[in-house]
Structure formats: C-alpha cells, structure tokens
Design a protein around this ligand. Structure first.
Ligand SMILES: C[C@H](CCC[C@@H](C)[C@H]1CC[C@H]2[C@@H]3[C@H](O)C[C@@H]4C[C@H](O)CC[C@]4(C)[C@H]3C[C@H](O)[C@]12C)C(=O)SCCNC(=O)CCNC(=O)[C@H](O)C(C)(C)COP(=O)(O)OP(=O)(O)OC[C@H]1O[C@@H](n2cnc3c(N)ncnc32)[C@H](O)[C@@H]1OP(=O)(O)O
Length: 361
C-alpha cells in the first residue's frame, strides 16, 4: 500500500474462487486472479513477474520454489528484477519454514520481553511492531533501496525481509541504549517503558486519558506547573525509588479534571502533555485538521494520510474503493501483451478469473 500510495503500480495476485478479498491494505492496488494450482497459471505469473520491476512474495519459505517461481529462476530471465521475500523468520535458519504471526516474531526479536507493565506478563502492542514496522515498512525500504542501487549497477537482487530481524532492527535504540543503563531495571520499571511517572498515561475524571512525556527538567517543570504542584514539596524526578509516590500524586491530580480541561491547560505549553485521542477524536483535533493528517475515501472511510509528506512529489493515495478480486485481470494481462484470444482461453479454462465491481445502488 505504501508503494502504491507513493506512485508505484502495484498488482496483487489473488487466488480464484475466493468470495471476498481480505486485504485491508489494498488501497491503490490492482487485482489479478490466477489459479496457481495449474501449470498454465504458474506460467502466466512467471511472465508477469519477469516483466516487472519488483516481485513481493509473502509466502512461507519454499512455496515459490515449489511453483518454479523462485528468485534464482526469475533473475536468470530478468537480471534487473528485485525479488522481495517478506517472511517471519527469513529464508534460512531452523525456524524458516514454520508458521507464525506478529506476536511470535516479536517474541523472537527480544523486544516482546521488554514490553508491558511492571509485574505483568509481556504485552504485544497490536500487531504493529513485527508485521508493519519491522515487516512491511522495512521491506518497502529494502525495495526502494534496491531500486535506487539498480540505477547504478543495472542489477536486481533478492531481499530477505525477516519480521524478526526487522522488528529487532527497529528496536536498535533499545539494544544500543543498554550501554547507558536505560534498561537496567525489570520490564515496566525503566524510564520509557511506563516505569517513570513522568512518562505514562493518566486517567481523567471523564474516563479518558492524558499522555505525559515530560522527561527533561525544563519540560517537567511545566508539567508540575500545569498540575499546580509545588516542586519543593515533591519527591525528586529522577530517583526511581520515589517513582511510586510521584505516580500516586499525578494519578490523583489528573483524576480531578476532564480530558478537555487538561488539554486546555497544557495546550500551548512545553509540558509534553497531550490527550490520548480515540480514533473518533483524532481527525477532528485542530492540529490534525490543520495539517489534513487524515483522509476519507469515496466510501467516507477515514484513514491516515500517507507519511512522510514530500514537498514536490507527495503521495497521492487512491480514494476509489479497494479492488474486488480479479477486477483488473483482463486489463493487466492486456497491458502485459496477452491477446484477447489468449485471455478468453484462460478464462474458459479457469486459469484466471475476472470479476466486475458490483454496482452500488
Ligand atoms: C497478526 C497478523 C495476522 C492477521 C491476519 C488476519 C488479518 C486474518 C487471519 C485469519 C483471518 C480470519 C479467518 O480467516 C476466519 C474468518 C474468515 C472470514 O472470511 C473473514 C473473517 C475471519 C475472522 C478472518 C479475518 C482476518 O482476515 C483474519 C483474522 C500476522 O501476523 S500476519 C503475518 C503472518 N506471517 C507471514 O506473513 C510470514 C510469511 N508467511 C507465512 O509464514 C505463511 O504464509 C503463513 C502466514 C504462516 C500462512 O501459512 P499457510 O500454510 O497458510 O500458507 P503458505 O505456506 O505461505 O502457502 C501458501 C499456499 O497457497 C498457495 N497459493 C498462493 N497463491 C495461490 C493462488 N493464487 N492460487 C492457488 N494457490 C495459491 C501456495 O502455492 C501455497 O500452497 P502449498 O501449501 O501447496 O505450497
């Protein structure tokens, strides 16, 4: 979706005879439906792959090789091809062929062991870190880097994007800041993992929350000012022995006003205090509105605008409905040089499928 948002022509290869597309990140993609359990279907996909700049495959290790569509074979035919393999455990190692999901990859990256509150079990923050930050995003960066390199060498390459390694790499700060003692204490007892009272969330009187990130002394001072607390009467900020008492005081204080009240108090200050916005609140928040940070598609579904914003060539996310499975089969095949007769023959033989968008009344 990121690549499509930023202008790539992205064709998703779907199965045939599937009732409904489950790809919720389908924005801007085209869909061709090919039955890869037929040799003609595999031969067709091969033709599409070798005429493309990039192939991105999300299967378990060995699946593409079994189909005869492994990178060695395709690169022989198109040495400029960039072949990205997005998996959980990578293309080698004893876990390479095992099934898994975000939580498993995060666990294997070491990061999950650091996530969660003190005294509680490790907690996976949605499926963001391995699937998306360490997986999709890292893989997209790999593709862009390989495309850039190809402009110099003229050569394609294989990208082995493991979500375990991608997540671990995204977590490099955690790894490398151990040297300055940032993670010496147990999970949930350090400055940035909900251990510190000045880096946490607090419930407000209307059951909502405020986020506090007042680390530096000058910002911490402003936090205390907003909370109307006297620094001289409080335990010290950086001594973790005092953190439980400080947290108790902040908790009591935040519970006395609504989220809107606290927002009014802290807006325009450097206290590093913000409301914890729900999905319902986020697009109407003045700051996000001023920047146009959220967009609506043709069915009025809201989602984040692509980031970052490029000054000359910003992303132009497609606002039309997501493709139905096989919506673009004929269009894409024609573009790749197949004749109408060839396409008809494949449709009749059930090698490909073409589905029209149902009219919305
Ligand atoms: C936490 C996230 C997971 C979020 C997933 C959710 C979005 C969805 C997961 C379950 C869904 C729900 C469920 O389906 C039940 C309902 C269904 C209903 O219709 C809708 C509501 C549901 C509740 C539904 C809702 C949602 O969709 C779900 C909740 C993640 O962590 S995602 C990261 C996963 N890991 C990876 O991607 C790593 C790399 N991949 C893998 O390791 C494997 O692919 C994986 C994911 C373990 C799956 O393994 P699997 O054995 O199933 O597949 P593979 O070994 O890769 O082989 C694929 C085979 O398919 C053949 N094939 C491919 N294309 C075609 C084709 N066009 N035609 C024919 N055949 C095709 C391919 O040849 C392989 O065949 P073989 O097995 O014979 O080699």
């Amino acid at each position: 979706m990121i690549l499509a948002d930023f202008g790539a022509k992205v064709i998703r290869v779907d199965r045939t005879k599937v009732a409904m597309a489950m790809d919720t990140q389908a924005r801007g993609k085209q869909s061709v439906a090919i039955n890869l359990k037929t040799s003609d279907g595999v031969a067709l996909l091969r033709k599409l792959c070798v005429q493309s700049d990039v192939v991105l495959e999300p299967y378990r290790k060995g699946v593409m090789e079994k189909l005869g569509l492994g990178p060695q074979e395709l690169l022989k035919e198109n040495p400029r091809l960039i072949y990205a393999r997005l998996t959980g455990y990578g293309q080698s190692g004893s876990y390479a062929t095992a099934a898994g999901h975000d939580i498993n990859y995060l666990a294997m990256s070491g990061l999950l062991s650091r996530l969660g509150r003190s005294g509680e079990k490790p907690y996976a923050p949605l499926n963001l870190l391995a699937d998306f930050a360490g997986g999709g995003l890292t893989c997209a960066m790999g593709i862009v880097l390989a495309l850039l390199e190809r402009t110099k060498s003229g050569k394609g390459q294989i990208i082995d994007a493991s979500m375990v390694e991608g997540a671990a790499y995204v977590g490099s700060f955690i790894w490398k800041s151990r040297s300055i003692g940032m993670w010496d204490r147990s999970r949930g007892e350090n400055m940035l993992d909900s251990g510190a009272p000045f880096y946490d969330t607090y419930q407000t009187s209307d059951g909502k929350y405020m986020a506090v990130g007042a680390i530096e002394p000058q910002f911490y001072k402003q936090l205390l000012k907003g909370l109307e607390l006297d620094a001289a009467a409080l335990p010290t900020q950086m001594n973790y022995i005092d953190w439980p008492e400080l947290r108790r005081i902040f908790t009591e204080r935040f519970a006395t006003k609504t989220q809107a009240d606290w927002s009014k108090i802290f807006d325009g200050t450097d206290a590093c205090v913000t409301p914890v916005l729900s999905f319902d609140q986020v697009s109407s928040h003045p700051h996000n509105q001023e920047r146009g940070s959220f967009i609506q598609d043709s069915s009025r579904e809201e989602s984040p605008r692509p980031a970052p914003v490029l000054s000359r060539t910003p992303a132009q996310p497609c606002l039309a409905s997501d493709p139905v499975i096989g919506e673009h089969t004929v269009e894409v095949l024609e573009e790749y040089g197949f004749s109408s007769a060839q396409i008809d023959q494949m449709l009749t033989a059930g090698i490909i499928e073409c589905n029209a968008v149902k009219a919305k009344l």
